[in-house]
Structures are given as C-alpha cells and as structure tokens.
Write a protein that binds this ligand. Structure first.
Ligand SMILES: Nc1ncnc2c1ncn2[C@@H]1O[C@H](COP(=O)(O)OP(=O)(O)OP(=O)(O)O)[C@@H](O)[C@H]1O
Length: 214
C-alpha cells in the first residue's frame, strides 16, 4: 500500500440529488503530506464531496480511491486510513468526553491509549471537561471533542468539514499548527473551509467548487 503515490484519487465525481447536479465531473488527487482546501460559496458542493470521500454518501458516477482501495465504510482497511470530522453532533449522549476518546483509541488498537488520550485532551483543552457528557459542553468544546476524536485514531487521510467552525481565535491558531505537524508526518488532508487564514497557515492548495445556484 505504501507504494501508492496518491493518498486520494478522485476521478470524474458527479453527484446529483434528483435533477439537481450538485457536483459535476470533479477530479482531485492528493499526495502524502499535502493539504487541499475546498472553497466556494454556500451550496457549492463542498460537504457533498467530503461525504462521498468518507463513504457517508454515494457518488452518482465517478470513482474515489484511498491508497488504492475503493471507498467503503465497512472496509476495515479504509476505516484505518481515513479519519473524519464532518459532523460534531454524532456523540453517544451517555459517554463522557474521556470515555469517547478512550473508546476510539482502544477500538482502533492504538498502543498506549491512556497516554495518547491524556495528551490529546490536554491539547484540545478539555481536561477540566473530561468527565462531562457531550450535551453539557459548549458548541466550541463539542467541536474540540470532535477534532480530538480524529487524533486518537489511525489516519493517513484526514477529511474535515469547516474544522474552524465555532473555534475561538486561539483554537484556530492551534488547529493550524496541529495540522501542519500532522502533514510533516505524512498525513494528507482534504478540508472544506471558509477561513482563508487557516488555509494559508497550513499551505493548503485551494480548489474552488462552483456549482450552479438552485
Ligand atoms: N440530501 C440532499 N438532498 C437534496 N439536496 C441536497 C442534499 N444534500 C445537499 N444538497 C444540496 O446540494 C447542494 C450542495 O450542498 P453542500 O452542503 O455540499 O454545500 P457546501 O458547499 O458544503 O455549502 P456550505 O458552504 O453552506 O457548507 C446544496 O444546494 C444542497 O441543498
């Protein structure tokens, strides 16, 4: 698998909802250590592309491969390679912050899960909230928890939908530094973003989506 030069290879992705063509013949390749920012107005199709990349939605036509494997939410190898934060509402209501991170780190069989969870909790500044349930967190804290879930699991491609949303200024700066460090380790990133400062901070290649209105 290490021989694949592209981490992500999207060819001629088209996605329609009924008669509404949201994304038309979209192609993209992303290499190891590279970041791509999907930009474009509200409704341009950014989230639609991201959902297709992670297997949460199916393309109408076209192909998507991650390290040479077709996208499949049920393929363990695909899930080991792709970490995603496209929705921060998907938490178990009765598991605390630390329990969410523990569960993920252990489920993915990461070595030294306890240490990793402690480090990530510290980094996202949720140590004081570690025993709280997701429903009792502020919206920015929930976003930090969502980001933390991506950092306690294996990943070669990170897919993020507006990761800056609801983060304070300091949080956006932290995220930029964290993503840059991940890229140095070889992580490929695809994100949708409305925050030029973040796109610039990580040196992401901008790809504008321009679907028609309506
Ligand atoms: N399940 C669906 N059924 C019908 N139309 C949909 C569905 N999901 C998305 N769309 C439509 O697809 C278009 C693209 O939506 P998408 O969420 O991908 O845009 P976006 O670029 O991420 O926008 P934003 O910047 O507002 O997040 C919109 O016109 C939206 O209404």
């Amino acid at each position: 698998m290490a021989s694949h030069s592209h981490v992500l290879d999207v060819k001629d992705l088209t996605k329609s909802y009924g008669d509404h063509v949201v994304v038309s013949n979209f192609s993209l390749t992303v290499r190891k250590g590279e970041a791509v920012a999907l930009t474009g107005r509200n409704g341009a199709g950014k989230s639609t592309v991201l959902r297709c990349l992670v297997g949460a939605d199916r393309p109408t036509s076209g192909t998507i491969e991650v390290l040479g494997s077709k996208v499949s939410e049920t393929n363990p190898e695909f899930r080991r390679n792709v970490a995603t934060v496209i929705d921060d509402l998907d938490f178990f209501p009765d598991l605390s912050v630390v329990e969410h991170l523990d569960l993920l780190a252990r489920a993915h069989g990461l070595a030294e899960a306890d240490e990793l969870v402690d480090e990530v909790l510290e980094e996202v500044q949720l140590v004081p909230q570690s025993g709280q349930l997701p429903g009792t967190l502020s919206s920015g804290q929930r976003r930090r928890l969502a980001l933390a879930t991506a950092f306690v699991r294996p990943r070669k491609l990170l897919v993020l939908d507006e990761p800056e949303a609801r983060l304070d200024v300091e949080g956006v700066a932290w995220l930029g530094e964290r993503l840059k460090a991940e890229m140095k380790q070889g992580l490929a990133i695809v994100m949708a973003s409305h925050e030029p400062a973040l796109v610039e901070a990580i040196g992401a290649r901008s790809v504008e989506l321009g679907g028609r209105r309506g």
